[in-house]
Design a binder for this molecule. Sequence first.
Ligand SMILES: C[S@@+](CC[C@H](N)C(=O)[O-])C[C@H]1O[C@@H](n2cnc3c(N)ncnc32)[C@H](O)[C@@H]1O
Length: 286
Amino acid sequence: MSSEGSGRVMDAVIPDIPAEDLELIRQLLAERTGFLLDGYKDKCIKRRINIRVRATHSASAAAYYRLLERDGRELALLHKVLTIHVSHFFRNPSMFRKLQEEILPALFAQAAETGKAGFTVWSVGCSSGEEPYSVALLLKEHFSAHSEHNLVRIIASDINQEILDAARKGVYGTERLVEVDQGLLNRYFKPIHGKYELSPEIRGMVTFSRGDLFNSRDFPACDLIFCRNVLIYFERSRQERILEGFAASLAGRGFLVLGKSETLVGDARKKFQTVCPVERIYRALC
Ligand SMILES: C[S@@+](CC[C@H](N)C(=O)[O-])C[C@H]1O[C@@H](n2cnc3c(N)ncnc32)[C@H](O)[C@@H]1O
């Protein structure tokens, strides 16, 4: 996020990408990786392409396009850079406290009242799994007794296959674990070659699959959605459409958690009530 925040300074020194070169790169990405740039904020995309233009010492965006044409690894790298995978366990710890103290108890109570066997949590734009695994750790640590009688299903999706493969492996560098306390680290992580491997028990609590937020057919019915630090990269009209899709997925008073710098937009605002404005927690209206 901070690199986006410092964008204004960078924009002043980085040359703009000519529209025809951007179009060529757009087409190449679509044809060879299936990744569509439409719907992402132009400014954000250009800034990230420029990072690769400079990193590869390409003389211009046109020269960088020619490199992409002949180098599949660079194309994969660009795809990765464009889909920004920054994350860490228990990102925004105060939101996870709210989750533990209010949201999860409310969902267990709601399941009991309605006679449902449990509920479903969906982490979308899950990156390498830090977010859904944080929820799994929270459930394991604080709700084991509830979970014996109530099945909590955690599903997680992302558009990037490579990042999902990493998520399934569950091996993390220390920079991703800064908010994990020592007790949790000892109980659920095993040191491995200077990194930490998450226990198979916690990994087994999350089901990963590839899914595109631009395709509402990929939206499952669920009770709690985490979509944090993803919408920020999309144009407003896309954000609105996605939020409306979330409201439909959450039918029956489910909860939505957005990132700290994200909010509801457009008509989607009528479909949710705000539960906690600071933590960006909303509840779908029936
Ligand atoms: C910055 S990460 C956010 C990770 C995590 N939610 C968090 O807040 O720590 C954004 C993720 O959104 C994913 N993403 C980008 N476009 C997407 C799309 N159209 N559909 C689904 N996921 C997408 C990226 O691949 C990336 O892993």
